[in-house]
Ligand binder design. Structure first.
Ligand SMILES: [Fe+2]
Length: 356
């Protein structure tokens, strides 16, 4: 029988067998591990290995817990795993001979078994069951890390999407503050456009583009003078021309913002007509980008049903009839059909009884 090396004071084979990882291994494998392992103690918070440092050891946890983290470019520390008794770490840099891929830190007082690079190679060579067990753990760890990365990425994406929305909503609120008569218009157009788009079965990404596009559809009105924007009476032809420039002005405002590139068609084309009689580019039918056709219906419906100083907003049911009448002329019939499927739900969402 192989005796534990008294100089190394690592671990005995029976002690190793108590650890899950080693429980099914033959005695000679455990004896081999016991012979080469050296016991080391770490205080809570103490770093065991540091990311990017040179690597020449491998660790197995006897007692305590160790947290494995990786530093991101932003300086944040990302938690990769927390290992308890039987867990191991440090193998990657020994296998690929690169620097440490992560930092390991004891979260509570921990007793670890340390194995040198040379002994680690001997172990893998002479204890195939140990190598196989390690590969199994590594595979499941890889799966876990993959799932963790995806979850963290999704979380970051949600945070980023919320930040977009908040920033853009602040811009829109500033814009609407100039024109009290259209207060709430942008929010309602966004609600309606999203409902239509989701009724048409568009993807999450397309829905997000339409949401941001609807929020920003009139951003070009920032460039329209107050005298015209707030004029209580009818506009003369010159003033009307200036108002008609707002989609182009909107495109101009957004064109240098890379992450809003996909939103530009919503802004530029929300006043095109399906029959080609709209502006600014007189596009017709399917040549008008779909988000533009959707926002056009949402925009028209809200304009018809909102109160203005000089008139009361239309009843929902009447405005729906107007949209039906405009299908194929002003509006894409497919978009109007999708709207007809969601408008009663929308009436509830916008807190308006359909026949008010
Ligand atoms: Fe507009």
């Amino acid at each position: 029988m192989t005796r534990p090396n008294p100089l190394r004071l690592g671990a005995s084979a029976p002690a190793l067998r108590k650890m899950d990882f080693f429980s099914g291994m033959p005695d000679e494998h455990l004896a081999l591990v016991a012979r080469v392992a050296r016991r080391r103690r770490f205080r809570a918070g103490q770093v065991v290995i540091e990311e990017n440092s040179a690597a020449d050891t491998f660790f197995i946890i006897r007692t305590g817990r160790v947290r494995i983290t990786k530093r991101l470019e932003t300086g944040e520390e990302m938690l990769l795993a927390e290992e308890g008794p039987g867990g191991f770490f440090g193998e990657m840099a020994l296998l690929d001979e690169g620097p440490r891929s992560a930092t390991a830190r004891a979260v509570e007082p921990a007793s670890l078994l340390e194995i040198s690079r040379n002994d680690f190679k001997v172990l893998l060579d002479q204890a195939p069951l140990l190598a196989y067990a390690m590969m199994r753990v590594l595979s499941s760890r890889l799966r876990g890390t993959g799932a963790l990365m995806v979850a963290q990425l999704q979380h970051k994406n949600r945070e980023l999407a919320d930040a977009y929305r908040d920033t853009i909503t602040a811009v829109v609120n500033t814009l609407e503050a100039r024109d009290p008569y259209t207060r709430g218009h942008t929010g309602r157009v966004t609600t309606i456009a999203k409902a239509i788009a989701s009724g048409m079965g568009l993807s999450e990404e397309e829905l997000f583009i339409i949401e941001i596009g609807a929020l920003l559809h009139d951003v070009g009105k920032i460039g329209v003078t107050d005298a015209i924007l707030k004029k209580p009476g009818p506009l003369d032809s010159g003033e009307y021309e200036e108002i008609r420039e707002h989609p182009e002005k909107g495109r101009h405002i957004l064109k240098h913002i890379a992450y809003l590139e996909k939103v530009i068609p919503c802004v530029l084309h929300h006043h095109e007509r399906y029959d080609g009689g709209g502006y600014p580019q007189h596009l017709a039918g399917a040549d008008i980008p779909l988000p533009g056709r959707i926002i056009s219906v949402a925009d028209a419906f809200d304009a018809m049903t909102s109160d203005r100083p000089y008139r009361r907003g239309m009843q929902f049911a009447r405005a729906v009839a107007e949209l039906r009448r405009g299908a194929g002329k002003q509006f894409d019939p497919k978009v109007v059909r999708a709207f007809l499927g969601v408008w009663r739900k929308l009436a509830r969402l916008l807190k308006r009884p359909p026949e008010d």
